[in-house]
Ligand binder design. Structure first.
Ligand code: ADP
Ligand code: GLC
Length: 478
């Protein structure tokens, strides 16, 4: 008999994605099925999503959900069961999941509604007789669900919240308390109050039965002021219930042997074929042929991701023979700096502002290096994709980047355990030195190939992580 878990998320591959949360939420159901957990995923019915499911059945309804009519429609996608919360007054809008382009003013209500429905389903189940034993909430968007479960809608279900990015705390003015259906008695610093306001993330961290984040190192970092964004005290207080579980790679989507987006398939025995993808990538970005490494960046263009450091450190790398292809979008000032960098280095720096899933696959397939100079990185997925595709990661020593890359020290090169390059502190100087190490490593073909192959041999699938989630769920319900 399968165990039952409801995953509550604002993003889900292949339906809606702005970052790694979507990859993770999309990969969890099949990974957990291996451990006999039947995971259903609840997410908002943004425009066009219902049609993507094909046949749907209505399994829940409320005529007055935060100001309008709401229905939950259940359908299948690949092997997973998806529950779309169809509430047109909240979700039927042009733009991304959170804004167009600025955040929607009623985001607190939009995601409180999602959380409320999760707590309702935990209490009374869906109309086909399915009631979750665990409600697994992702980030601030689902943060109120554990609070509703604890304070308003009691049930036998236990709750887990995963922190993917603590920088977003789901803040809302205290005056919204009533309209968010939160009890006034809980407006104190041990429960809902956060610096005089509300924070759905804090509410989730206080009230969930267990807390996870997406790598062991980030779990430790989060309990320090430098990384905890003011929530370090709370997380330390909850240390016994707080676990770091590393993300995996969805190997059905990210596999250089079968990837439908890339020019030439390869694996570690046919690594020479990667050259074909490299040539195609350089042509696509208008880069002139060079002997040095072709570096790629696929990223949100934000300070978190250290993109300002990239702009500072890259000229020396170009001088040393490297070239760079960047795909991303984000802060206008970073976009502008990158445009200037590309303009002043024609044929050496190529830039695509925007979001393009297929292009990102071609970049990992063709790139020699993937650069991830993040100031903080809960897990990071692009270094994992790099490892899978023989695109050697150059990463800051922080969070999941510290847990997933083995630094090419002389010793690690000698015993052939190295898979990439790490640098610390996270500044332009150390990043520049790391890039110089990458250039000289790339010159020694034998060592270089050994590093690529070691990375490609690393076990990066969801197996171990899914087992950890299954163990955690079970520990909560027995
Ligand atoms: P974060 O979630 O903090 O943005 P991750 O590394 O965990 O960082 O995940 C980012 C995900 O989004 C990866 O799957 C990456 O390939 C993808 N991605 C980021 N920017 C783009 C883009 N401009 N085009 C295509 N994919 C992108
Ligand atoms: C967040 C983090 C990223 C992580 C992703 C998925 O967006 O910034 O490091 O990989 O969530 O957990």
């Amino acid at each position: 008999m399968n165990r039952r878990v409801l995953s509550v998320t604002s993003e889900y591959v292949p339906l809606v994605k702005t970052g790694g949360l979507a990859d993770v939420a999309g990969a969890l159901p099949s990974a957990l099925a291996e451990h006999d957990w039947d995971m259903r995923t609840l997410l908002p019915a943004y425009p066009g999503l219902i049609a993507r499911l094909g046949d749907v059945t209505q399994v829940w309804a409320d005529d007055a959900l935060f100001g309008g009519q709401a229905r939950v429609l259940m359908g299948r996608l690949d092997a997973a069961t998806v529950l779309l919360l169809n509430a047109p007054h909240l979700y039927d809008r042009d733009g991304g999941p959170y804004g167009n382009p600025h955040d929607f003013a009623d985001n607190p209500q939009r995601f409180a509604a999602l959380s409320w429905v999760a707590a309702q389903i935990a209490q009374s189940g869906t109309s086909d007789g399915w009631t979750p034993e665990i409600v697994h909430c992702h980030d601030w968007q689902a943060g109120f669900a554990p609070a509703y479960m604890a304070l308003c809608l009691p049930s036998a279900a236990r709750s887990v919240i995963t922190i993917h990015n603590i920088a977003f705390k789901g803040e809302a003015p205290a005056a919204m308390l009533g309209s968010l259906r939160l009890p006034i008695e809980a407006f104190n610093s041990d429960s809902l109050e956060y610096w005089g306001n509300l924070s759905s993330l804090k509410a989730g961290l206080v009230h969930a039965d267990a807390i996870t984040t997406v790598s062991p190192t980030y779990a430790e970092e989060l309990m320090r002021p430098q990384y905890g964004f003011g929530l370090e005290g709370l997380l330390k207080h909850r240390a016994a219930d707080f676990h770091g579980i590393l993300n995996g790679v969805d190997e059905t989507q990210w596999n250089p042997e079968t990837d439908p987006h890339i020019a030439r398939h390869f694996n570690k025995s046919t690594l020479a074929h990667k050259q074909h993808n490299r040539t195609a990538l350089m042509a696509e970005f208008g880069l002139v042929a060079c002997d040095g490494p072709c570096a790629i960046v696929v990223s949100r263009l934000t300070d978190q991701k250290g993109m300002d450091l990239l702009v500072e450190a890259i000229p020396d790398f170009l001088q040393a023979g490297g070239c760079l292809a960047v795909l991303g979008s984000g802060d206008p000032h970073i976009e502008q700096d990158l445009k200037s960098l590309a303009q002043s280095n024609p044929g050496r720096v190529g830039l695509r502002i925007g979001y393009d899933e297929a292009l990102s696959h071609r970049m990992f397939a063709g790139g020699d290096l993937v650069l991830v100079p993040s100031r903080f990185e809960p897990c990071g997925l692009t270094q994992l994709y790099g490892l899978r595709y023989g695109c050697v990661p150059v990463v800051a020593l922080t969070g999941g980047l510290a847990d997933t890359v083995i630094n090419a020290t002389p010793m690690a090169l000698q015993d052939k355990s190295a898979t990439g390059i790490q640098f610390h502190p996270v500044d332009a100087l150390a990043f520049g030195q790391a890039l110089r190490r990458a250039v000289s490593l790339h010159q020694n073909k034998k060592t270089w190939t050994a590093v690529q192959k070691k990375g490609m041999s690393q076990v990066l699938g969801w197996g171990a992580s899914a087992a950890s989630y299954a163990d955690l769920y079970e520990s909560l319900i027995v």
